[in-house]
Design a protein around this ligand. Structure first.
Ligand SMILES: [Zn+2]
Length: 241
């Protein structure tokens, strides 16, 4: 009966991450059909199930029908998240109401702010994220630092922050080219600016987010605009309501 083996492809042992370190996620069906899986439930943090591959020691959580790799440091971070309340105080909420909240596609409330920590550190590019979705996944890698609301002394508007009115318009901008959702803006001095999709902050040379107003014109490919520059050293503040 040896001939049968010719038709059965040998399964790899472990998980996709054992063979490709850079992988950040894969479907459960792929794991079941192509691998002799070594992934097992390892621990539970809050309501998140943590899985671990016993061959490569990678850790995962489940999102729909995929295993998402847990990035370095995120486990410790989740433990703090579930242990502490991290609620917005009424004082902070007053400041936040002045800046204005914008909901993203996952119903997280985002606020661009300038913050001061209890240890005296000041950040001009702080995204406050009020959400009951746990802070896990690739999104959190985009920030230089993740801060819990309990570590904060004060919240103020950032001179680089974009107004709520602009954010709400930009969130619903139409796609004009692949991956390009322009919203036309203008500075108080008449300089034409474009942002792509929902942006919380703006900085390019002398132009700051607080200088920007909605333009009466729509984006036009023949026009010259100032575009947003990539902003480094952004931090994320985690809070619940
Ligand atoms: Zn593995």
């Amino acid at each position: 009966m040896k001939i049968l083996n010719l038709f059965r492809k040998k399964k790899k042992i472990g998980c996709p991450s054992c063979y490709e370190e850079k992988i950040i996620g894969f479907g459960i069906d792929l794991l079941e059909t192509k691998y002799d899986s070594k992934i097992e439930l390892y621990e539970k943090i809050g309501d998140i199930q943590i899985f671990k591959c016993s061959k490569c020691n990678s850790e995962f959580y489940k999102e729909n029908q995929t295993f998402q790799k847990i990035l370095k440091g995120q486990i410790d971070f989740l433990k703090v998240y579930f242990k502490n309340e991290q609620k917005i105080s009424s004082n902070f909420q007053l400041q936040i109401d002045l800046i204005g909240e914008t909901k993203d596609w996952n119903m997280n409330n985002l606020i661009p702010a300038k913050i001061e920590l209890k240890n005296g550190d000041i950040y001009d590019f702080a995204t406050i994220r009020i959400s009951n979705n746990p802070p896990i996944g690739y999104y959190f890698e985009h920030f230089e630092k993740i801060i819990f609301i309990d570590e904060i002394k004060s919240i103020n508007s950032s001179e680089f922050g974009i107004s709520r009115e602009i954010r709400e318009k930009a969130k619903n901008a139409e796609e004009m080219r692949m991956g390009f959702y322009p919203t036309a803006l203008i500075t108080k001095n008449g300089v034409k600016v474009v942002i792509n999709g929902l942006a919380l902050f703006f900085k390019n040379g002398e132009i700051k987010g607080s200088d920007l107003l909605l333009s009466n014109d729509t984006w036009n490919h023949k026009e010259k605009y100032i575009y947003e520059n990539k902003i480094d050293n952004q931090v994320l503040v985690i809070a619940k309501r």
